[in-house]
Ligand binder design. Structure first.
Ligand code: DOR
Ligand code: ZN
Length: 394
């Protein structure tokens, strides 16, 4: 499979110039002013970026296929410019064993759209108690998380971090104490962020903090990073785009203007490793019953480009670092840069194109998104995986 993308603005975290990119056998083989006798994609007026990598998404298989499945989730990811995603384990049954990992990876391979990593739960069946199942996970598992729920018991988290350290895997913290959340969700997130940083310090385990939403939690993380602790963190597009005034159920909740400002300041200063979508599709009925979450993978890039780059907070290069390069590195993938030898996973975007978000047009089964009608810039025109054009928009 050969593909030549011509006359395009090539941008990654460290470069921006006009030229051509040639992909052969799935890898970027040449960059410059090129001519090849193969399929050509004209990139005139468009931008070619490394495709996006999502550290945090819910594709709901097995068990909740009525909300999303690996096919609809993969299609939504590709439409959003993503070619690799890390799936959370709060499925039904929860993903506590390798047979479920095998099932998901096999489905993903057959579908063949995006690269998928499946996270295993920290506690058996996400019940918050037993971690014996962690003995059985093999080297294909890079992350463990009870995302959707926090691990309330300190000792359980400590022991899980010790296992993670031994196995060389990363704990993804959904920093929440459900009991405290009933009183104050901000306190809940802040407390558990502090606790998990302390436990990571004690155990030496690799820790990634999911969907940081409060200014206090972000300050804790920045302080820990300044002290040299090897932790990483992610921020979602919705937590920088919407406030609590939207009254939209998502966990952690949409916060206040000062929180958004603090998250953006942290992004500017380099404390935020990744933008992750926490793509959480639900049906209309489930949302009406109070289900938490936002279906967002299809509009993550335009939201971040509009909010972070067009408002002048960061450059496009920096946005690519946190949407492609860093998450690829955290997942151990050879993606996220436009360099010879890297995977030929690229996304062609039209940065001048403005349009209104329309959840009813999502390929995801979940149309649950609070930004219906919001005007954004940056349309994904094509998503290319290993030199193959998987998606062509308008
Ligand atoms: O809003 C959320 N939805 N936050 C989570 O942590 C879980 C997710 C889900 O699975 O729906
Ligand atoms: Zn979560």
């Amino acid at each position: 499979m050969e593909l030549l993308i011509k006359n395009v603005n090539i941008v990654d975290s460290s470069k921006a110039f006009c030229g051509d990119v040639y992909i052969n056998n799935g890898k970027i083989e040449d960059i410059g002013i090129l001519n090849r006798d193969c399929e050509v994609l004209d990139g005139e007026g468009l931008y070619l970026l490394p495709s996006f990598v999502d550290l945090h998404a819910h594709f709901r298989e097995p068990g909740y296929e009525y909300k999303e499945d690996i096919l609809s989730g993969s299609m939504a990811a590709v439409k959003g410019g993503y070619t690799a995603v890390n799936l959370m384990g709060n499925t039904n049954p929860p993903c506590s064993y390798m047979d479920i990992v095998d099932y998901v990876l096999d489905r993903a391979r057959r579908i063949g759209l995006v690269d998928i990593h499946q996270t295993v739960t920290i506690t058996k069946d996400m019940l918050g108690k037993d971690i014996d199942h962690l003995k059985l996970i093999d080297e294909r598992v890079k992350f463990i998380s009870d995302d959707g729920k926090g691990i309330v018991n300190n000792k359980v988290m400590l022991l899980a971090m010790q296992v993670a350290k031994e196995k060389g895997i990363t704990v993804i913290s959904h920093a929440e104490d459900e009991e405290i959340s009933k009183i104050d969700t901000r306190l809940s997130e802040n407390l558990m962020t502090k606790r998990d940083i302390e436990l990571a310090k004690f155990t030496g385990c690799s820790l990634h903090i999911a969907h940081v939403s409060t200014k206090e939690a972000m300050e804790e993380i920045a302080t820990a990073k300044d002290k040299g602790l090897k932790i990483t963190c992610e921020v979602t597009p919705h937590h920088i785009f919407g406030t609590s005034s939207l009254n939209y159920k998502v966990n952690p909740p949409l916060r206040e203007r000062e929180d958004i400002e603090a998250l953006i300041r942290a992004i500017k200063r380099g404390y935020v490793d990744a933008i992750a979508t926490d793509h959480a599709p639900h049906t209309k009925e489930d949302k009406e019953k109070g289900a938490m979450g936002i279906s967002g993978i299809e509009v993550a890039f335009p939201i971040c480009f509009t909010k972070l780059v067009l408002e002048g907070h960061i450059t496009l290069n920096r946005l690519i670092k946190i949407m492609s390069e860093n998450p690829a590195r955290i997942m151990g993938l050879y993606k996220g840069k436009i360099e010879v030898g890297y995977d030929g996973d690229l996304v062609l975007v039209d940065l001048k194109k403005n349009y209104k978000i329309d959840p009813s047009s999502f390929l995801s089964k979940g149309k649950n998104n609070p930004f219906d009608g919001y005007e954004v810039y940056g349309r994904v025109v094509s998503t290319i995986k290993a030199g193959k054009v998987l998606f062509r928009g308008d």
